[in-house]
Write a new protein. Structure first.
Length: 211
């Protein structure tokens, strides 16, 4: 009788642990196909001139689970996003998940405010606070070909906060971290986190007196 009780308990424990594994969301098949498509060293950059790319660029992204952050696929995604944005044919200062077809809350940003201006990847990033002080400036986007802009739009800039407080998940410690970012790097963070809400910088442009 005692033995059956133990067996029963073991079955319940096994059931619970299997169930909790099911709840851990791992990348979809489609996402894994994009992440692991190493036939090309660079990831395809989604652009607004393509109808289906455009639909994905306008979607709101979802967060990455802890299991995803600790997966090999996430590591590959980070490396490939940075490789893509730093390639001489792209030469960008930041890139967001949707720009490579991954509708997730992740951005890679060049930290001009750090020595050596390294590229760093920020999962589950949010801007917690925007400074009231703003500054106009010109922006460009890997997903918005210059040929799609009117002459007037080319002369426009985007008004952004001078500094922001960001919050993101430290992928190793799986803890939420906050950081204050200023200057041009704060502009990059604002541009990239906009992508995670389906917002493009062209939605925010306005005439500016900036040269
Ligand atoms: Zn962009």
């Amino acid at each position: 009788m005692y033995r059956y009780l133990l067996l029963g308990l073991a079955a319940i424990v096994l059931f619970i642990s299997c169930n909790s594994n099911d709840k851990e969301q791992i990348f979809t098949k489609e996402e894994l196909a994009i992440i692991n498509d190493t036939l090309s060293p660079l990831m395809k950059v989604f652009v607004i001139t393509d109808k289906s790319d455009s639909l994905l660029l306008r979607r709101t992204t979802t967060e990455l689970s802890n299991a995803e952050l600790q997966s090999k696929a996430y590591e590959t995604l980070c490396k490939r996003m940075v490789k893509t944005v730093t390639d001489s044919t792209v030469d960008g200062v930041g890139i967001a998940g949707p720009q490579v077809g991954i509708s997730r809350r992740v951005v890679a940003v060049q930290r001009y405010d750090k020595e050596g201006a390294p590229f760093e990847v920020y999962p589950n990033i949010y801007i917690k606070e925007y400074s009231k002080e703003t500054v106009p400036g010109r922006e460009g986007c890997l997903s918005v070909p210059k040929s799609t802009l009117s002459e007037q739009e080319m002369k426009c800039g985007v008004v952004r906060s001078e500094w922001v407080i960001i919050s993101y998940t430290d992928a190793r410690e799986l803890k939420t971290v906050q950081d204050t970012v200023k200057g041009y790097t704060a502009r990059i963070f604002q541009h990239e986190t906009d992508h995670l809400e389906g917002i493009l910088y062209t939605d925010r442009i306005q005439p500016t007196t900036q040269p």
